[in-house]
Design a protein around this ligand. Structure first.
Ligand code: URA
Length: 210
C-alpha cells in the first residue's frame, strides 16, 4: 500500500533518543480509489458487487464515517444511499449541509454478507484506506456514526453511551472526533434523535470555535 523508508545510521553514530515512525506515502485520491477498487486483501472481495470508496467534497471540513456498505450501497457503489442514508441526509440538512458538502466513508469498503458486523481482520485490512482518505481530506471534524465506527476509530470497547457527548481525537492526528448514533438505529429508536442532534451540534461547535 504505501512505501516506508528507513535511513540506516552511519558507523559510530549513536542511536537517536527517539525512534521516528516509518514515513508512509499517502497515494493521491485517484490512485487510492483504484487501489480500493482492486483490493483483494480480505475475503469480502469475493462477495461484493462493487467497492464503496466514499463520496462527497474532497475538501470538506466534515467527515462522516459509518460502518460498512449495505445491500443498496453494494449495488450502487456509494455509501449511505439506502434508508439510513436518507435519514443521514436529513440530519445533515438540519445543520444546513447538503450531502455534497461533506465527505462520507465507511470503516469497510465492501459489504459484509447478510450485513453482519465487520470482522476485526476485515476492519484491519481496510483501515489504511480510511487513514489515507483522512490524510488527504484533513477534515476539521470526524463524526463516527454508530458503535462499530466509534469503537474502531477510537480503538476502544466502551459502549456508545460512554463515547457520546465528548470531543475525542482521532489517533495521533489530533483531528477532533464526535460519536453519535447510527441512522439505522435512529430509524428503530426515533426518540434518540434528540440526542443525535445534540451530538451534531457538539461537532459543529468544534468547527465554529476553530
Ligand atoms: N450503513 C453504514 O454504516 N454505511 C453505509 O454506507 C450504509 C449503511
Amino acid at each position: 500500500m504505501g512505501i516506508s523508508r528507513w535511513i540506516p545510521r552511519g558507523e559510530g553514530e549513536s542511536a537517536p533518543d527517539e525512534v521516528s515512525e516509518a514515513v508512509v506515502e499517502v497515494p493521491g485520491w485517484s490512485e487510492l480509489e483504484r487501489q480500493v477498487a482492486e483490493c483483494t486483501a480480505c475475503e469480502l472481495h469475493r462477495s461484493r458487487t462493487r467497492t464503496v470508496f466514499g463520496v462527497g467534497d474532497r475538501a470538506a471540513r466534515w467527515m462522516i464515517v459509518g460502518e460498512a456498505p449495505g445491500a443498496e450501497e453494494d449495488r450502487r457503489g456509494e455509501p449511505f444511499v439506502g434508508r439510513s442514508g436518507k435519514l443521514l441526509d436529513a440530519m445533515l440538512l438540519a445543520l444546513g449541509l447538503a450531502r455534497k458538502d461533506v465527505y462520507i466513508a465507511n470503516i469497510l469498503k465492501c459489504r459484509p454478507p447478510e450485513n453482519r458486523d465487520p470482522a476485526p481482520e476485515e476492519a484491519l485490512c481496510c483501515a489504511p484506506y480510511l487513514r489515507s482518505q483522512m490524510a488527504l481530506l484533513k477534515p476539521g471534524i470526524i463524526v463516527a456514526v454508530g458503535l462499530v465506527a466509534a469503537q474502531r476509530l477510537l480503538d476502544t470497547k466502551l459502549p456508545l453511551a460512554r463515547l457520546r457527548g465528548q470531543i475525542h481525537r482521532y489517533g495521533d492526528t489530533g483531528i477532533p472526533l464526535v460519536v453519535t448514533y447510527h441512522p439505522a438505529y435512529l430509524l428503530r429508536a426515533p426518540l434518540q434523535k434528540k440526542k443525535a442532534w445534540q451530538d451534531l451540534l457538539l461537532a459543529r461547535s468544534v468547527l465554529t470555535e476553530s
